[in-house]
Ligand binder design. Structure first.
Ligand SMILES: C[S@@+](CC[C@H](N)C(=O)[O-])C[C@H]1O[C@@H](n2cnc3c(N)ncnc32)[C@H](O)[C@@H]1O
Length: 309
């Protein structure tokens, strides 16, 4: 009989390694290329969501303890630190968390930074939190539903699950692919001009490259495996189901059209070829949760969990 568990963990390790390799190359460009990080409306919307979440924690009379999964260069982490929240960040990319550490230091913030795959962190620790966040992360995880299940168990009564900027399954894969090529090319011209021609070359080479036997798709670059679920999409309905069966109320669930530039976003507002989703859910106050955990120490900084992955 095939050993499916070990096959799965080999596949999971490959995806984790691909993320490490991808962000080793991409980390320095990340903040200037990923437009949701500097688009004022999208940034305002994240701030509004955190304000709303913060209003649930007023009665705690201590800083809420937060886990930012795949926190990267700090898009959410820094906003949470600014509010005085006690933040732990877990990320597999040493390069990304190195950049976060520099920014945190410049602002005088001290989030606890843990260099580890989130899968391993959740397996090895029993810490509980008031808030667990994923921003553009679930589609990078081999088994995102398993990670969501593990995360919801770590939320205390009244705790909040927040996920944003993950792609949904495409309703029209062909036209979505056409739109995605247009979107990526315009974004490269605007924000990463040096990679326009190499990017076109990669797309052409992909057409003639063989499929990977394990994943059944062409894997030309680390990014092809790092963003494992980008084309197939993350299933928001299954996430909602996990949350509801675990006693959470869904405060907000939104599906929205995406685009890397103002032009492609407004085009996509009309056609909705690529969509992402947001979920904000809250655990009921009276549920027996796990034992309260220590908030991370204000001085804690960077903890490796073995050599990632
Ligand atoms: C698209 S970036 C999002 C970063 C940040 N959350 C944001 O909003 O900008 C994805 C992040 O997930 C991290 N990541 C990917 N797979 C991971 C895993 N298995 N465990 C922890 N972090 C992971 C990557 O290193 C990267 O920093």
């Amino acid at each position: 009989m095939p050993d499916t568990t070990s096959n799965q963990s080999v596949a999971e390790t490959r995806v984790i390694e691909a993320n490490v390799a991808f962000y080793l190359q991409f980390a320095n460009k990340y903040d200037s290329y990923e437009t949701f990080l500097f688009n004022p409306a999208q940034q305002k919307s994240l701030e509004n969501d955190l304000d709303r979440i913060g209003s649930y924690f007023v009665s705690l009379e201590r800083p809420p303890s937060c886990l930012d999964c795949g926190g990267g260069t700090g898009n959410l982490t820094l906003k949470m630190c600014k509010r005085g929240w006690a933040v732990t960040v877990v990320d597999v990319s040493e390069k990304m968390i190195g950049l976060l550490q520099e920014k945190a230091k410049a602002h005088g913030y001290s989030p606890m930074i843990i260099h580890s795959p989130i899968e391993r962190y959740l397996k090895k620790t029993r810490q509980t939190y008031d808030l667990i966040t994923f921003s553009s992360v679930l589609h990078h995880l081999y088994s995102y539903l398993f990670v969501v299940e593990q995360s919801v168990q770590r939320l205390r009564p009244g705790g909040v699950f927040y996920s944003n900027y993950d792609p949904l399954a495409r309703r029209s894969p062909f036209w979505a692919r056409v739109f995605e090529s247009l979107d990526t090319t315009i974004a490269k011209v605007l924000f990463d001009r040096k990679d326009v021609l190499p990017g076109i070359g990669r797309r052409l080479r992909k057409l003639f490259s063989p499929s990977d036997t394990e994943f059944g798709r062409t894997l030309l670059t680390a990014g092809d495996l790092a963003e494992l679920h980008v084309a197939s999409g993350v299933d928001d309905r299954q996430i909602l189901q996990i949350l509801q069966t675990s006693g959470f109320s869904i405060v907000e669930h939104e599906r929205f059209p995406t685009g890397r530039t103002n032009f492609t976003r407004s085009l996509n507002n009309r056609f909705r070829l690529l969509e992402s989703f947001k979920i904000l859910a809250r655990r009921s106050q009276d549920q027996a949760g796990s034992s309260p955990a220590r908030a991370p120490s204000a001085n804690a900084s960077r903890i490796p969990m073995g050599n990632a992955p």
